[in-house]
Design a protein around this ligand. Structure first.
Ligand code: UDP
Length: 404
């Protein structure tokens, strides 16, 4: 059972009381969150903690999953990429039909009527808005960078976005300048009490490395990510090859598949093929609830990468930073929010840059410790779930207040 009181050790009594005061104002509000997977990826990770916390504060909050076929998610992954990166790729009329048909099927399954506030996450369930009732407020919670969308993708989602009462983005830079509804900024967060982030016995960390035949004596370079090209696993492997010219180190790429990302299997195979010859490379495809194992790898790592090409936020960056690790991250999206270049990690644009920074860190333990401490401090102040919760409660309060 998640209990807000357990977070006092991170946030102090005052913030706890503040949260309770705001929550009291929202006692009779019923809130619904809808997204398209309950496992795998950052959205599911956040909702699995945020929703019990809201309930523990007495705000009745439910979570419903929008379901779709393989082809539906293939299309929404394409839509996701088209919103993230401008491209001329077309959207076929059969794809739009499938998108609408799947929405229609979900309309029968997902009861949205009993709620005062409905949060719809990302583009997959976006069109459920057709069911909005007059006395409700619907908010689109966008987890990606839509600043420069492909026009065809934006035109499609805009048909639905305009009926929302507001949209939330991670960062102001992610907002498409043509959006016509009110927008809010709420950065994501990690939960310090999630099994992914709790402190672990050294023994467990050692056993986990052992279980996967990783040598605990050799430096470990790590990236934890869904198998997705935008996370650039091959770029990380190329960086590792440069680093190995000087350091006898190991590379672990931990990933899993998310139900709403059908590209994962293909990318996983590609990475496996490219790295097959190297005994110091570990490509681990773990079940999506391998939280303790991921926690152990992040704690055991000497240097953590998140070399994304595009990134919504990159929770894994904060997860590693919270474990006092300096992270070398792609100079993109939410990673730039978390890493202050040269202070708590490094931002890089190329795999050569990633290798250069990793060699610097491998050579200097003092630097790793100093950056790691800075990394922890920034996550503690900016990216814990309690701050996220407060942002949500404040927003709900504001929206409800405006309603009456
Ligand atoms: N994750 C996981 N297992 C994996 C890969 C990722 O549990 O094999 C988790 C990771 O720890 C993080 C989330 O999934 O909590 C990924 O969130 P992020 O924002 O980094 O990326 P997204 O997948 O949402 O693009």
């Amino acid at each position: 059972m998640i209990n807000l009181k357990d977070y006092e050790q991170f946030i102090g009594k005052e913030t706890l009381i503040e949260l309770e005061i705001i929550a009291k104002q929202l006692k009779n509000i019923r809130v619904l969150h809808v997204n398209s997977t309950n496992k795998g990826g950052g959205v599911a990770e956040i909702l699995s903690r945020l929703i019990p916390l809201m309930n523990s504060l007495g705000i009745k909050t439910d979570w419903k999953i929008f379901k779709g076929s393989y082809n539906f998610f293939k299309f929404t992954k394409k839509l996701h990429n088209l919103l993230h990166l401008p491209s001329d790729e077309d959207i076929e009329s059969e794809e739009i039909n499938l998108y609408l048909r799947t929405t229609y099927e979900n309309l029968n399954e997902i009861n949205t009527e009993d709620y005062d506030i409905v949060f719809i996450h990302d583009p997959q369930p976006l069109a459920l808005i057709v069911k909005k009732q007059e006395n409700q407020k619907w908010i689109w919670r966008c987890h990606i960078d839509t600043s420069t969308p492909s026009p065809k993708a934006w035109n499609l989602i805009e048909l639905f976005i305009n009926s929302y009462d507001a949209a939330i983005f991670h960062m102001p830079e992610f907002i498409y300048k043509g959006i016509k509804i009110p927008t809010y900024i709420i950065p994501p967060s990690i939960d310090p009490l999630h099994p992914k982030n709790i402190s672990l016995e050294e023994d467990f960390i050692f056993q986990t490395l052992n279980k996967f035949s990783v040598d605990p004596e050799k430096p470990i370079l790590l990236q934890v990510s869904r198998f997705d090209r935008l996370k650039d696993p091959i770029g990380v492997y190329n960086a590792y090859k440069l680093i190995r010219k000087k350091y006898d180190c190991q590379l672990i790429l931990v990933g899993s598949f998310a139900a709403d990302d059908p590209e994962g299997e293909e990318v996983y195979k590609e990475v496996l093929n490219q790295t097959a010859e190297d005994k110091n490379v570990f490509i681990l495809n773990l079940p999506p609830d391998s939280h303790l194992e991921i926690n152990a790898f992040q704690r055991a790592a000497t240097v953590v990468f998140q070399k994304s090409i595009r990134e919504g936020f990159g929770l894994v960056v904060s997860e590693a930073m919270f474990k006092l690790k300096p992270v070398i991250g792609g100079n993109t999206g939410g990673i730039k929010r978390q890493i202050i270049d040269g202070i708590n990690g490094y931002l890089v644009n190329t795999y050569q840059g990633a290798a250069f920074r990793a060699r610097q860190l491998l050579a200097d333990k003092e630097l790793r410790l100093k950056m790691g401490q800075n990394a922890y401090n920034i996550v503690k102040h900016r990216f814990l779930i309690t701050r996220h919760l407060k942002d949500y409660l404040t927003l709900i309060y504001e929206i409800i207040k405006n309603k009456n």
